[in-house]
Design a protein around this ligand. Structure first.
Ligand SMILES: C[S@@+](CC[C@H](N)C(=O)[O-])C[C@H]1O[C@@H](n2cnc3c(N)ncnc32)[C@H](O)[C@@H]1O
Length: 366
């Protein structure tokens, strides 16, 4: 396991609260923790040592323990620091989004944890994931078993969990450590090969170049102060022939989905280039053309750009019966409708989100 991996991150677990779950007893720098599950017979080993010699994240007992750590963090009993254990530098205006997420999570923890089936946003976020995956399936199916995936701006792990389910080895990077704490639990409950890094997409210098078969950045790049910086880093860490899967907002995202909008209003919104509420929100809007240009400028070959989210979260949001989103037949029909709208002349430009699939050129490839 390489230096600074997710395991050594937990070596920096800090701020243990007064209520300690049973598994978190032992000693780490005078702080109580239980290492016995990690290293039977050495319950007082420093956590960093235990982490280095631990069974990897494919070990169910180790994952159960990681899941407990995540739950303790979510319950406010401890805070976890993830590698490289210093706060990533995120400049304004992009910083506003990260700070806003932290505030939102503190205020509405269940709404924010959209991978919890009890979350009011669970079905919507799962459906949104399908909208992306269906369009990218031809390319994703080419990934070899055990391929390495980096999920940039992976948040609480919506796509990282998907990559684990597909047997990929996952590295999740996000500048928000509170998101990483939740992601740890979601990934650990699935098991598989994973690491978590507290990194911003603009600077991934701890991750080696030419490494990943897949870099995913869903609903991320448009929230960066300068999306091109994230694309440059994604291109650097992709291995030759590797795939980039990314999605961004179009100007249609500026419209309130709860209200019906005229064709003129949708067209006007689609032409917007950015949205800023100082201290709160920053979005750089894209069109299919500007997204393709940005990806090409990073040295990647664009394979496809799709419009998506015409219905859920999009201009036709009000048509959706959200009570039925969990019904597979209804979700299938909605998905087919979304794809139909993409290819419908005159409506294709009304996509709320744009999904791009690109490849890093391989000078030695076929
Ligand atoms: C809308 S969420 C999407 C999360 C996840 N990709 C998904 O689709 O479920 C946006 C994510 O981007 C992350 N983010 C914001 N600024 C970032 C930056 N500069 N670098 C990397 N990630 C960033 C946020 O912390 C958040 O997790």
């Amino acid at each position: 396991m390489r230096e600074g991996s997710s395991v050594s991150a937990l070596a920096r677990a800090a701020r243990i609260g007064s209520v300690t779950p049973p598994r978190l007893v032992g000693t780490l720098r005078g702080v109580p923790l239980d290492l016995s599950i990690v290293r039977p017979g050495s319950p007082t080993s420093p956590l960093s040592e235990a982490w280095a010699s631990a069974p990897d994240t494919t070990d169910p007992a180790f994952c159960a323990w990681l899941s407990d750590l995540s739950a303790a963090a979510a319950g406010g009993q401890l805070a976890l620091a993830f590698p490289p254990v210093r706060a990533p530098e995120v400049s304004e205006p992009g910083r506003w989004n990260v700070d806003g997420d932290v505030r939102f999570q503190a205020e509405f923890p269940l709404s924010w944890d959209t991978l919890d089936p009890r979350s009011p946003n669970f079905a919507l976020k799962q459906f949104s994931k399908r909208l992306y995956l269906e369009r990218a399936s031809t390319w994703l199916d080419t990934l070899p078993p055990g391929a390495q995936a980096l999920d940039l701006g992976g948040g609480i792990g919506r796509f990282a969990c998907e990559w684990l389910d597909r047997g990929l080895a996952v590295t999740l990077a996000d500048p928000n450590p509170r998101a990483l704490e939740l992601a740890l639990g979601h990934l650990a409950r699935r098991g598989g090969r994973f690491e978590l890094w507290n990194l911003a997409a603009e600077s991934l210098r701890e991750l080696p170049r030419d490494t990943f078969h897949l870099v995913s950045a869903l609903e991320v790049l448009c929230y960066l102060s300068e999306p091109q910086d994230g694309l440059r880093e994604a291109a650097r860490v992709l291995r030759p022939g590797g795939l980039l899967l990314c999605s961004v907002e179009s100007g249609v995202g500026s419209l309130d989905p709860a209200i019906a909008h005229s064709a003129e209003a949708i067209a006007t919104a689609a032409a917007l280039t950015e949205h800023a509420i100082p201290g709160d929100t920053w979005v750089r809007y894209f069109t299919a053309d500007t997204l393709s240009e940005a990806i090409s400028r990073a040295g990647l070959e664009v394979l496809a750009v799709h419009g998506t989210h015409y219905l859920t979260d999009g201009p036709l949001h009000r048509l959706v019966d959200f009570e039925r989103l969990a019904d597979p037949a209804y979700a299938d029909a909605l998905l087919a409708f979304d794809r139909l709208l993409e290819s419908t002349s005159g409506f294709g430009g009304a996509a709320r989100a744009l999904l791009a699939i690109a490849r890093k050129p391989d000078p030695h490839g076929a």
